[in-house]
Design a protein around this ligand. Structure first.
Ligand code: FMN
Length: 391
């Protein structure tokens, strides 16, 4: 067990302490409901932070599904690096700033949302809860959050759009054959999607070793559920092996949707994305699920901002577990921040209500940090309010 794991267990122990919960409640936003009902959580409202949902999800899921959710690739270093990196970024608070209320709302591609925190693509969500992507959509609707729907969704885009009350952003895994890509893109466009996020970080394949090991400990018969199971949006092989930047041009020509590239981490790729007409970039390493020993995404953000030079919006995901993490990304220039595992932990533990609670907790923490740093709105978050510590 690594020292990071030891620390997590210690923190979870502390999080369960009624004494600590009371102390936190006194310091928290008077309008918030954090800090109430401390002890073993039996409802979403008992949960104090998103890492507590992780423990509950672990208890709720069979080993193979837990392994698929929680693991990264190889030795899981990128996964842990994403989460650990935030402690190397310090905040510079602004005292007596007079900010009594923080407005977390943002406009993304012409639509206003309550928060810059969005629900990133996670495939096959019925693996985690019987209501799957529908529960996520209902939570996103209530919380006015962006939902990015995976190509490997367990529920068709049309059904999810119905539950969300608007079409979700659609995450594309490109089918191996171009005519299938065209058919898929036309279908999601017809469903009303306005944003297409092409994920480019696992095209060469990956080694999901921890997930495989955990699946071997599962005593259930996997083929009993998985045989003959078809995903509703895609049937065939994924990822054209020859895919390159001309595919971005082809996608742009084919659709009116905003085309954003999910999974870029460097200045050079950011420049190429702009040159090829991408409408946005998601700085992402698939939550540590693509390539081992990558730099944490929060540390790639400034470099990508530099490559983009304000021409298109930059989003980021990977390892965000606190509102203060989100604040740091916004201060470094991100337009919005995606979460993956946190809301799936909430979904696994409590369905729709769990997803809602995860969004509430992170949004309350974000608003609190904004007030601490003197930001009344997302636009007024100051780059000078964060500082990178020497490692
Ligand atoms: C179980 C799981 C499934 C995922 N499925 C997809 C997917 O289908 N498409 C995709 O682009 N990203 C997928 N991702 C990556 C997320 O969109 C996101 O980049 C990542 O989870 C962010 O890191 P975080 O989990 O630390 O928040 C998945 C992540 C997880 C944990």
């Amino acid at each position: 067990m690594t020292s990071l794991h030891h620390r997590r267990h210690f923190l979870r122990f502390l999080a369960g302490s009624p004494f600590l919960a009371r102390a936190f409640a006194q310091d928290s936003d008077p309008g918030s409901n954090l800090g109430q009902n401390a002890g073993k959580p039996t409802t979403p409202h008992d949960v104090l932070d998103v890492r507590e949902f992780e423990t509950l999800a672990h208890e709720a899921l069979p080993p193979a599904h837990w392994g698929y959710l929680a693991s990264g690739v190889d030795d899981d270093y990128t996964l842990e690096a994403n989460i650990g990196a935030f402690k190397h970024i310090g905040l510079r608070p602004k005292r007596l700033s007079g900010v009594a209320k923080a407005d977390t709302s943002v406009e993304l591609f012409g639509t206003r949302y309550a928060s810059p925190i969005y629900l990133s693509a996670v495939g096959a969500q019925r693996m985690f809860h019987p209501d799957g992507e529908l529960a996520t959509a209902r939570a996103a609707k209530i919380k006015q959050a962006v939902q990015m729907l995976s190509t490997v969704t367990s529920i068709p885009v049309e059904g999810v759009a119905g539950a969300l009350g608007a079409a979700p952003w659609f995450q594309l895994y490109m089918p191996a054959e171009w005519p299938e890509t065209e058919a898929l893109v036309r279908r999601v466009e017809a469903a009303g999607c306005t944003v297409l996020a092409w994920t480019v970080d696992i095209l060469p394949g990956r080694n999901i070793e921890t997930a495989t090991r955990l699946a071997r400990t599962d005593t259930r018969s996997c083929p009993a559920c998985h045989t003959n199971q078809k995903m509703p949006m895609t049937q065939g092989r994924s990822n054209p092996p020859e895919a390159n930047w001309t595919y971005v041009d082809k996608l742009k020509k084919m659709t009116r949707m905003k085309v954003i590239l999910k999974g870029l981490d460097t200045r050079e790729d950011a420049r190429l994305a702009v040159e090829h007409g991408a409408d946005g970039i998601v700085v992402s390493n698939h939550g540590g699920r693509s390539t081992e020993t990558l730099r944490p995404t929060i540390e790639c953000l400034s470099e990508v901002m530099d490559g983009v030079r304000g021409r298109i919006p930059v989003f980021v995901d990977g390892g965000f577990r606190r509102g203060s993490d989100v604040y740091k990304a916004l201060a470094l220039g991100a337009k919005a921040v995606g979460i993956g595992r946190p809301y799936i932990y909430g979904l696994s533990a409590f369905g729709q209500a769990g997803v809602e609670r995860v969004l509430d907790i992170m949004n309350i923490e974000l608003a609190l940090t904004m007030r601490q740093c003197g930001a009344a709105s997302i636009a007024s978050i100051d780059r000078a309010s964060v500082t990178l510590a020497a490692r």
